[in-house]
Design a protein around this ligand. Structure first.
Ligand SMILES: C[S@@+](CC[C@H](N)C(=O)[O-])C[C@H]1O[C@@H](n2cnc3c(N)ncnc32)[C@H](O)[C@@H]1O
Length: 309
């Protein structure tokens, strides 16, 4: 194959990104689309071009066509491929690929794990949540409503709050498909919730605090929306260095030290703060933790002092 044709083909940045991904793992078209966020028609076009140049090969597996690198060290173009692999990953493609491969691995091992007592965590979470009392729950930053739908299975009522009209539309469509009638939707900024919302037993803030400007102010709003003895659950990410999430996903904070949010919960008047974190997983740059806290029936001395100050 002409070297100049390969140089020319890899002059296209999207094609180069695709080549770098399939050089690491066999991927199908939908996977490539989800990793680089480019339309499927365009991805198919680039894959066809790379295949015509014999840079990648395709094979069928379980009904899907998978693409992988077809060039090895015996090919004159090998140094070019190595150069492409060493270039800067400006779009964060490799981190998303790592996450995709982790999810793939999870799916492969799910059936085996379900046979191990104690390993079927999803089923356990679902079964245990069905034993909870019927609570009124507020879902702060509900996004497209995946968690809202889970909450609505056992809650008496869920108030799904988000500032994005588009996200709320997706959440409404999801909940309507699942025929849930115990969810209401509020378009609002979490820093400044509308007056007159009913009080809740539980506020859930899952992966939303890293999107807001002032997490402490949002935790204060959570406290004000709770009934006496109400609880809050916060799911967040540990500090990380994946700067691409700011431009691509709109994150404001690259994770949090749990102690920072614990202190903010205390300052917002919460007590009985608990922290649970997941073990470090070498294959993912992200690590989650979970905080729970209670809003006391009467404000603690410290919260009363801080409210007066
Ligand atoms: C990553 S999603 C969380 C989705 C969901 N909670 C979950 O765990 O699957 C973050 C959501 O927070 C919303 N959000 C970010 N800042 C907000 C703000 N200041 N007020 C209200 N919603 C906000 C975004 O619109 C987005 O839908």
């Amino acid at each position: 194959m002409e070297l100049s044709e390969t140089f020319h083909a890899l002059g296209d940045p999207t094609r180069l990104r695709i080549l770098r991904l399939v050089a690491v793992a066999k991927l199908n078209v939908s996977e490539v689309v989800s990793l680089i966020g480019v339309a499927q028609s365009s991805v198919s076009h680039h894959l066809a071009k790379l295949k015509a140049l014999e840079l990648i090969r395709e094979e069928r597996q379980a009904g899907f066509t998978y693409y992988s690198l077809a060039v090895d060290a015996s090919d004159a173009r090998w140094p070019l491929i190595q150069l492409a692999q060493k270039s800067e990953d400006a779009h964060g493609d490799q981190a998303r690929l790592t996450e995709l491969l982790r999810r793939r691995e999870d799916r492969h091992t799910l059936n085996e794990k379900l046979l191990e007592p104690g390993q079927s965590w999803l089923l356990w979470a679902s079964a245990l949540s069905s034993l909870l009392p019927k609570l009124d729950v507020a879902d702060f930053g509900c996004g497209s409503g995946v968690l809202t739908a889970e909450l609505s299975r056992w809650a008496r009522h869920v108030t799904a709050i988000d500032r994005s009209a588009a996200a709320l539309e997706q959440a409404k469509a999801r909940l309507s498909r699942e025929k849930r009638s115990n969810v209401s939707f509020v378009e609002a900024d979490l820093h400044d919730l509308p007056a007159g919302l009913p009080k809740h037993d539980l506020v859930v803030i899952s992966q939303s605090l890293h999107h807001v400007n002032d997490p402490a102010a949002v935790l204060t709003q959570a406290g004000q929306l709770l009934k006496p003895n109400g609880r809050v659950v916060v799911m967040e990410l540990m500090p990380h260095a994946e700067g691409w999430v700011k431009a691509r996903l709109g994150h404001q904070h690259l994770g949090f030290e749990p102690q920072t949010l614990e202190a903010a919960l205390h300052a917002a008047g919460f007590t009985d703060v608990t922290l649970t974190s997941t073990p470090r997983d070498g294959s993912s740059p992200f690590r989650a933790f979970l905080l729970t806290a209670s809003r006391p029936a009467r404000p603690s001395k410290r919260a009363a002092r801080e409210a007066r100050a």
